[in-house]
Design a protein around this ligand. Structure first.
Ligand SMILES: [Zn+2]
Length: 365
């Protein structure tokens, strides 16, 4: 199988457009026309991970943290990033990153972390705004199935376990073509009527460009009419930042902290005291998630576990919430294995390995 086939699958389960604006995700290094020999997933790249890939005969490395984040102006081996890029090119290794787009899909970073805590009743801590949009267009009756099919193939009309979902109601449209026009039907410079179907289909916002392309490519009119509305009422919104869930039982504060240390395999936790006696409803955000503190407060969770929390952020925490810094590496350590699992499930014949290199640059004393 070619590398680009793997990439199209990865982009299907984890669209690039779900990344945060500042991020750099997707294919970072390499030639995707080559055959896949083996895949290694890792939280990030370092020399040991590249050695591991070579030893395991892997020519594709998928990481969470992108090795090219800010633009590189030179590759002179002076910095860690430059050295890693240089080595991967030299070793013919393709590098692909699934970072904030993997944080923002429901089955991504935070879902994998939530599984470690056996959380139930999961929902995103902050939903992506107006995730769905609705396309409304008007198509002559005899052409509607063709347009509906094209829109379906572009990703419109998927609701839960159902595909090609659409709403259709017949009416008629009027139009007066001018001299320069090239109408599909009707007579120029006269008022015409055409029996049309009002076709409505829902789609996730990141598919908008390809949905419009599919519409314009399949619609018979010279200038098709269409409207796009945001569907903010739809409740089926699972993608978003962070995650909320319930622990299987409630914990007293001491036992909860012990359990968190155990799950995250971290020797120390930084946290704020809480007035609550029992902890059960918690929020998680692997990596730097301080920006979600207002959402954790609003959702009235007992504890919020994230990382990279600054001293002053701890002052913003109400007495009813325990804020925990669980370490950046520690809260994201399950990502590599999770990505490997998604690939193995889809392509059982390709060798997929999870890196066993401990890449955390931070030590504890
Ligand atoms: Zn991270």
């Amino acid at each position: 199988m070619k590398i680009h086939q793997l990439i199209s699958y990865l982009q299907q389960i984890c669209p690039l457009s779900l990344k945060e604006d500042y991020d750099n995700v997707g294919l970072l290094i390499g030639d995707t026309q080559k055959e896949i020999i083996g895949i290694l997933t890792a939280l990030e790249l370092n020399d040991a991970v590249i050695e591991e890939a070579k030893k395991l005969n892997c020519n594709v490395i998928i990481t969470h943290h992108p090795i090219i984040f800010r633009p590189l102006k030179k590759i002179t081996l002076q910095t860690y990033n430059e050295r890693m890029v240089y080595r991967c090119i030299q070793e013919n290794i393709v590098v692909y990153a699934m970072h904030t787009n993997f944080d923002n899909i429901f089955s991504g970073t935070n879902y994998l972390l939530a599984q470690q805590f056996n959380l139930t009743h999961l929902k995103p801590l902050r939903r992506l705004k107006d995730y769905y949009r609705v396309l409304v267009t008007f198509v002559p009756t005899q052409e509607v199935s063709k347009v509906r099919k094209a829109l379906s193939q572009a990703g419109a009309g998927i609701i839960g376990n159902y595909t090609e979902c659409s709403y259709n109601v017949q009416g008629y449209g009027t139009f007066r073509p001018n001299k320069q026009s090239n109408p599909y039907s009707g007579i120029k410079e006269q008022l015409n009527q055409e029996v049309e179907v009002r076709l409505e289909m829902r789609f996730p916002y990141y598919l908008e460009a390809q949905i419009i392309r599919a519409l314009l490519g399949s619609h018979p009119y010279e200038t098709p009419v269409y409207h796009i509305f945001s569907d903010s009422a739809t409740q089926e919104l699972y993608d978003g930042a962070g995650i909320i869930g319930n622990l299987p039982t409630s914990y007293n504060v001491q036992d909860f902290l012990k359990m968190v240390k155990h799950v995250l395999k971290i020797p120390f936790l930084r946290y704020t005291n809480t007035e609550k006696k029992k902890i059960q409803k918690i929020a998680l955000c692997g990596g730097a998630g301080s920006f979600l503190l207002p959402d954790a407060i609003q959702n009235n969770v007992d504890a919020f576990i994230t990382a990279d929390i600054t001293y002053h952020t701890f002052f913003d925490v109400p007495d009813s919430l325990m804020l925990i810094d669980g370490g950046h590496y520690e809260t994201e350590q399950f990502v590599a294995e999770g990505i490997a699992g998604y690939i193995e499930k889809e392509f059982s014949s390709i060798p997929v390995h999870t890196s066993s290199v401990y890449t955390n640059p931070i030590s504890y004393f």
